[in-house]
Design a protein around this ligand. Structure first.
Ligand SMILES: [Zn+2]
Length: 69
């Protein structure tokens, strides 16, 4: 799939990335997130269903924090 930036001739490649999520109380990193990454400009696309899964993981982490405090 061709890059969405008109000036970039790159193509997206399927990769696993570390996704950074900024929250009010800190930053979370989710490893092994499947994404499409442009080979030239590094633009990253994460599918909507993958983002929904990430949100579930984050909610689980927030519950764990509450239990341990
Ligand atoms: Zn690109």
């Amino acid at each position: 799939m061709k890059c969405t930036f008109p000036a970039c001739p790159g193509e997206y490649e399927d990769k696993f990335i570390t996704h950074k999520v900024e929250e009010p109380d800190g930053v979370s990193y989710i490893d092994n997130v499947p994404a499409k990454v442009c080979s030239l400009c590094g633009d990253t696309i994460i599918a909507a269903e993958v983002i929904r899964t990430i949100e579930k993981i984050i909610r689980g982490q927030l519950q764990l924090k509450e239990l341990s405090s």
